[in-house]
Design a protein around this ligand. Structure first.
Ligand code: ADP
Length: 272
């Protein structure tokens, strides 16, 4: 299901991938951040994209989300080539994005934040939206914060609220339900206990009905080990390793060895 020019890897393609990157390249100024990246994600899979800071992990997420255009290459969504950015064409799949910052509107209550898109874009009654918001907040373990403002919550709680918002969908338009969630550093800056809560939540959302496929960018080891099935190791614009999360400790790939042992010596050159 995966290949890279640096470390070729192929497995049987028995189904149409949910998302497929074909030869994706992106340059900023003189730096080629992504250099012909190929990989795909099948329905029901969870992939962690890892690697040193500044290797283009968030850039990949933004390209997949349709927020940023690649210079070269193609994105295939559910077997169809995507044309243009998300603003140019309707998103056939439903891609929800959970950013590093919870990015909630400070002047709106938690319930108004979670229901924001339905209030703006659906014809559902306020009562129906309130009910859906309550369900989503209960799912993330925060049934009692509807009327609070984001500033009244801890960082971990704000992240849970942003999860609730990402998985909200209109029951009358099932195609609105996100089929894929993109998490950009969802546990960055959280203490280990708050991180565990978020990791459990990611797993729960994954195994439940809400959304079973996701890509997660993280460099927190607990998050990699606890939330992903597969790992993409990115460095110098290329996929340097692809493997199952339980192969992290047995692979002799020098990039993976250096990263997980936090050694300065190795193929990854540490700036500064
Ligand atoms: P990572 O998520 O792996 O830390 P990023 O994808 O955020 O890396 O960034 C990869 C590189 O691209 C960095 O050197 C960053 O400074 C650069 N970069 C990212 N977005 C932009 C942009 N919009 N304009 C210019 N440079 C950018």
């Amino acid at each position: 299901m995966f290949s890279s020019h640096a470390a070729p890897f192929e497995s049987p393609r028995d189904k149409v991938p949910l998302i497929e990157l074909r030869g994706i390249s992106k340059q900023f100024g003189n730096t080629r951040v992504l250099d012909r990246i190929d990989f795909s994600l099948n329905a029901g899979e969870a992939i962690a994209i890892i690697g040193p800071s500044g290797t283009g992990k968030s850039t990949i997420l933004r390209i997949i989300a349709g927020l940023l255009a690649a210079d070269e290459g193609e994105i295939w969504v559910g077997g169809q080539k995507r044309l243009g950015l998300i603003e140019d064409a309707p998103d056939p799949l439903g891609i929800g994005m959970v950013f590093q910052q919870a990015a909630l509107f400070d002047s709106l209550t938690v319930a108004e934040n979670v229901g924001f898109l339905l209030y703006q874009h659906s014809r559902l009654s306020r009562r129906e939206i309130k009910r859906l918001v309550s369900e989503a907040l209960a799912m993330v373990g925060l049934p009692d914060v509807s009327n609070s403002y984001p500033a009244e919550l801890s960082g971990g709680m704000r992240k849970r609220v942003s999860f609730a918002r990402a998985v909200m969908s209109n029951p009358h338009k099932p195609t609105d339900r996100p089929s894929l969630l993109l998490y950009d550093e969802p546990t960055a800056g959280l203490d280990p206990i708050a991180s565990t809560v978020i990791e459990d939540l990611i797993r729960e959302i994954h195994s439940g009905q809400a959304c079973s496929s996701y890509l997660i960018v993280t460099h927190q080891e607990s998050t990699i080990r606890r939330t992903a099935d597969w790992v993409v190791f990115l460095h110098a614009g290329r996929v340097q390793w692809f493997g199952r999360v339980d192969e992290i400790d047995s692979t002799d790939n020098p990039f993976v060895r250096q990263f997980f042992s936090a050694q300065v010596e190795g193929p990854i050159h540490v700036a500064g």
